[in-house]
Design a binder for this molecule. Structure first.
Ligand SMILES: [Zn+2]
Length: 370
């Protein structure tokens, strides 16, 4: 899950440029460069270069990473209309829920069985008190599967343990915990992939100063490594690596490029080692668009292992920006409101063959697995 940078960030990130000799005031307002907050820096591209307007995706799309954003039936109706306009055939809602919560969300989207697929969470109830809790968790997983859950997710571990599932988090329990093995094995048996969010983008671990490349969002989402028992980025990658090795029959989808957009070699290493690993690209468009040539070669190499996802609400404009980044060769454009970073973005210009796989073929292969 990710929230878009909020106004609070604007108020907080008052990072001024290096003070020095007085600089002539070249800004349009009366604010001098030394007083202009980085959080207020909203450049507009100055280049006269092609701008591609994407109305819909080049191929039918399965969005493998969305959530229960709609508050009412009317919002669900509007969402479906937006999906139709943009070419999104199906949206996977990672509900993270079990029990009554899952039943409710299932009912909520039941009017559109072709457009929405619901995934469930893991019931961690009693994980810290009841030694037989996994038996209950496996039974609840089977029940959700019978009701229509085709996968599990989004699981989430940002260092303190798996905390996304409702109604209960499992602090201290990481992906590779032996207690989870019967659950992952049941997922394999039922053909349910597991969507897992491990760690956070690297700049959320780095010093919050003028050298932090992702400062605009890192500021809001900083990981506090002083918390007792917390694992850092590298340690979390090891938990994922071990979970993949220990459960070769279970398909894991590391969402957000496994939070390795700063160094895709880490993800590449795991994709090379573990055929049971896929990755989704959700909510990491802004984080990859500054390095389009490197990212395109990654897409080319791992075109069978990557899945389209959004994780950013249900607005038409949101979908269109993701298509523009994946499909166009536009350069140096900004989407400040959507992403909150100060970076300029660039399109990857992915080939039709790769787009088709990312948008749907790879998803269909997983969703229709026996
Ligand atoms: Zn998410």
């Amino acid at each position: 899950m990710i929230r878009i940078a909020t106004l609070a960030l604007l108020m907080l990130a008052m990072i001024s440029c290096t003070p020095g000799k007085s600089t002539p005031d070249r800004s349009r307002s009366s604010t001098g460069i030394e007083e202009l907050a980085l959080a207020h820096f909203r450049p507009r591209s100055t280049y006269n270069i092609p701008v591609t307007r994407m109305e819909r995706a080049a191929f039918p799309v399965t969005d493998m990473h969305s959530h229960d954003y709609a508050k009412t039936q009317e919002e669900i109706d509007r969402w479906v209309e937006t999906m139709e306009r943009c070419g999104i055939e199906k949206t996977v809602i990672l509900s993270m829920q079990t029990g009554a919560g899952f039943d409710e969300v299932l009912k909520k989207y039941a009017g559109y069985p072709a457009q929405f697929e619901l995934w469930c969470g893991i019931d961690f109830t009693g994980y810290d008190t009841d030694p037989r809790w996994t038996e209950h968790a496996v039974r609840e997983l089977e029940r959700c599967h019978q009701l229509g859950a085709k996968g599990v997710g989004e699981m989430g571990d940002k260092g303190l343990g798996l905390f996304y599932s409702k109604p209960t988090a499992a602090y201290g329990l990481h992906m590779d915990d032996p207690a989870l093995k019967p659950i992952w094995e049941k997922c394999a048996e039922l053909g349910m992939p597991v969507n897992i969010h491990v760690a956070e983008p690297i700049w959320m671990y780095e010093a919050m100063d003028s050298t932090n490349d992702g400062l605009m969002n890192a500021w809001e989402w900083a990981v506090d490594l002083s918390k007792e028992g917390i694992l850092d980025h590298g340690e979390l990658m090891e938990t994922l690596d071990r979970a993949l090795a220990q459960n070769p029959n279970t398909t894991f989808i590391a969402c957000h490029f496994a939070n390795c957009s700063y160094d895709l070699n880490i993800l590449a290493g795991m994709l090379d080692k573990y055929p049971n690993l896929m990755a989704d690209i959700a909510a990491r468009y802004a984080e990859t668009a500054p390095i389009p040539r490197h990212v395109r070669s990654f897409y080319e190499k791992y075109q069978d292992r990557l899945l389209y996802g959004t994780d950013m609400g249900m607005d038409q404009e949101m979908y269109r920006v993701t298509f523009r980044i994946l499909e166009s060769e536009d350069e140096h454009f900004y989407e400040h409101e959507m992403f909150g970073y100060h970076w300029a973005l660039n399109g990857f210009g992915l080939s039709p063959g790769i787009l088709e796989k990312i948008y749907q073929t790879n998803a269909s292969r997983i969703l229709n697995a026996p």
